[in-house]
Design a protein around this ligand. Sequence first.
Ligand code: ATP
Ligand code: MG
Length: 413
Amino acid sequence: MKMSKMGVRPEKTSPKDAEAINQKLLIQAGFIHQEMAGVYSFLPLGLRVLNKIEDIVRKHMDDIGSELIMPALSPKEYWKTTGRLETIDVLFKASAANEVSLAKSEAEYVLCPTHEDVVTPLIQTYNLSYKDLPVSVYQIQTKFRNEPRAKSGLMRCREFRMKDLYSFHTDEADLKRFYEEAKKVYMATFEEIGIGKDTMVALASGGDFTKDYSHEFQTRCENGEDTIYLDKTTGIAYNKEVKPEGADTNSNFEIFSAAEVGNIFPLGTKFTKAFGYEYTDKDGSKKPVVMGSYGIGTSRLMGVLVEKFHDEKGIIWPKNVAPFLVHLVDLQQTDEANSIYEQLKKEGIDVLWDDREMSAGAKFADADLIGCPIRVVVSSRSLAAGGVEVKLRQETESTIIAIDKLTDYVKNV
Ligand code: ATP
Ligand code: MG
């Protein structure tokens, strides 16, 4: 992608009213644009990161489920059936916005904050028997929640992206088996995104779903909203809301801030009973289907990554989710820059080419702000020295390498 054609550009300063680091850096660098509190546009750079995160999530979820997509707009009746039309404290509705529209239809809909209430009657339609179960489906989609405190950039939004998977089983034992499998797949996903070693499973309240624990995937993060109590002997992590008695004063517990990047729930029969969803067992008897639900906050993850990986100059993206692997800085509009750009693209390498007419200092500042893993500078000086100047984002030293060695170098970073 050529920066001159991107349609948006990095700003010199961060927005004054931004509170969180991810919000400051992502807006300043031109990844996202705030439309109102908790609602953002994903700009060309930001969408690339979001897509990379979601592609990694999708690859791993394909191991345990089939992708589909459900609507964001849903009938109120579903939510009446489960009782959640009254109880979800962040529920949004959609209805006609003006008189002319109202004249056509007075119908009101729920803008989905999650999809248990939609997926249960959906799967129920297919009347699966014990032979067909278990089944699991997932989607990666936009969710809506009337969050009272939408101020931490992508960490807490009113419109945000989520991967949500739902599993359907004949009994609790099969749910338990699948649930443990899902935990492993989740950890592999976070590992590939670049936060594996800082992410752990924490016990949390089951909310209104279950009297058992639910399990959160919590990533160490200073600006995270959650407090985790890690028992250093057993390795068990607890969300503050379920911490063992005496943990506060017990030196055996490490206490730290974290951000919830995923949450899985053994739903049991809460939703299937509400919809009267039963399957036919071997002996012909009818039994309620047992469910689990499994969420990952894909847009929150983008915020968490910036909170964790940045310095005073800007973002430092982990390689697997960087918008581009290479940031090509061209100081004198050389022909070499064009051929390097084409060559790297031909090799399947993602390159952002700063082809704008600007000072070297301004281009370097933008490269640091945007945070691609490898900076490649082409200038008359680098060419005289034998090639291009390469530098990794987190390092200060650069080196000159020959142009014909560049592709190999980049592939091996
Ligand atoms: P939280 O406890 O942070 O409010 P939650 O428990 O209500 O989240 P879930 O319903 O389990 O969240 O949603 C699955 C995932 O979606 C969460 O683990 C989180 O990563 C993400 N998520 C939830 N709410 C938001 C939000 N308002 N903005 C961005 N991401 C969110
Ligand atoms: Mg949660």
